[in-house]
Design a protein around this ligand. Structure first.
Ligand SMILES: *Cc1c(COP(=O)(O)O)cnc(C)c1O
Length: 402
């Protein structure tokens, strides 16, 4: 399979992110197709038995089986790795497959993990329920408190795990400081960068060792396919990630990889347009309803930190209605444009009630400790005209008695 141009890292790493998102990692077959081909094949044939042997030994280049790699996945992995500034990527079937792989591939019984308490619901389940089941100790802390990370460290601490901004309360973790603490104790920092996207935040530049995505969110960005990605160094891949990945079967479908490649081409355009909308809607809501959170607002409690580590505030806005679940449901049921759903990063704006859906699995006191109250609404701003969304929100707030 011929490369499109003499495309190597020395070239693609110098490109601007917009160019990388369209072109990095592209392979073209001898047919010269413009769009990336979809290689819907489970396996690959060899010219000779010697060739098969050499590929299995790793002494000859080429694919063997799509559980391990596939041309479409390789294109997506290289494109995202170049964009992130990572050596390698491994594309997984879902975001949760990526989160699970990033942790289990490097942990064993007797190890200890420190995690921020403000995590996506299923990530909290990994930390609170799955890891302890295999003898891996976990400590959950307030990730916004740098001292809490330091205090939680034990001699067997191997991994720090966090999101920033967090889902859904937009807590910002000081990634540089937390990475330095992890490294001073010989631990690695794993960052779930879903909310920020690679367009707005580069955790590896701040010291993260492993970056994970649910590509289901902004990277597909059009609500079609599930997917995930783990990005790391070549050493981490050889020692930990690839052995886990190839033998446990968490690979992304080649068709989904093709959809994600198409999504990446427009990622920067979409994320910036969605940030424009989120800023306009946060500005409208601030003063209209209580507890509006978006990093672009002067009232945002961690504004200086978010300005320092993200280029923009992101595509999610949250607020809290004093009337609790009833008022939140009246608001949601009155929306005419925005959908009631639980995805995010979609071109369609989505309103979510985290208390009763995405974070329902968390114990009530854990939800309340995180600021996930029955009145909390999470808005994922899409690509519709902000003017239409503001009218929709305004009308639904009035229907909820505001
Ligand atoms: C959605 C999400 C995940 C899980 O991704 P899936 O693709 O749904 O498995 C993990 N972390 C965060 C922050 C998310 O928003």
């Amino acid at each position: 399979m011929k490369r499109q141009t003499p495309q190597n890292r020395d070239l693609t790493a110098r490109w601007a992110p917009q160019t990388q998102m369209v072109r990095a990692g592209t392979y073209r077959s001898e047919l010269g197709e413009m769009a990336e081909a979809v290689y819907l094949t489970s396996g690959f044939a060899y010219e000779t038995a010697e060739e098969a042997e050499a590929r299995f030994e790793g002494t000859a280049e080429g694919f063997t089986y799509s559980r391990q790699s596939n041309p479409g996945l390789a294109m997506l992995e290289e494109r995202m790795a170049v964009l992130e500034g990572a050596d390698i990527g491994r594309a997984t079937a879902t975001g949760m497959a990526a989160m699970t792989a990033s942790l289990l591939c490097q942990l064993k019984a007797g190890d200890h993990v420190v995690a921020a308490r403000a995590l996506f619901g299923s990530c909290r389940w990994l930390v609170d329920t799955l890891l302890p089941r295999f003898g891996i100790e976990t400590t959950v802390i307030d990730g916004t408190d740098a001292g809490a990370w330091e205090r939680a460290v034990k001699p067997n601490t191997r991994v720090f795990f966090t999101e920033s901004p967090s889902n859904p309360t937009l807590e910002i973790v000081d990634l540089k400081t937390v990475a330095d603490i992890a490294h001073s104790h010989g631990a690695r920092l794993v960052v779930d960068n879903v909310f920020a996207t690679p367009v707005l935040q580069k955790p590896m530049d701040l010291g993260a060792d492993v970056v994970t995505y649910s590509t289901t969110k902004h990277i597909d960005g059009q609500g079609r396919c599930l997917g995930g990605m783990v990005l790391a160094s070549r050493d981490f891949d050889e020692d930990h990630l690839f052995p886990y990945y190839r033998h446990t079967g968490c690979a992304m479908s080649p068709f989904n990889a093709w959809v994600m490649l198409k999504g990446l081409e427009t990622l920067s355009l979409r994320v910036h347009a969605m940030c424009d909308g989120a800023e306009a809607i946060a500005g409208f809501l601030d003063g209209r309803v209580p507890g509006v959170r978006h990093p672009s607002l002067a009232s945002f409690p961690q504004k200086a930190l978010s300005d320092a580590q993200m280029t923009r505030g992101g595509t999610i806005v949250t607020f809290t209605l004093d009337g609790g679940r009833d008022q939140a449901f009246r608001f949601l049921n009155a929306l005419e444009i925005m959908d009631i759903s639980n995805n995010l990063g979609d071109s369609r704006s989505i309103a979510t009630h985290p208390w009763s859906t995405t974070h329902k699995a968390l114990a009530e006191e854990d939800r309340l400790a995180l600021g996930i109250t029955p009145g909390l609404i999470r808005l994922s701003i899409g690509l519709e005209a902000p003017r239409d969304l503001i009218k929709d929100i305004d009308r639904a707030l009035a229907a909820a008695g505001l």
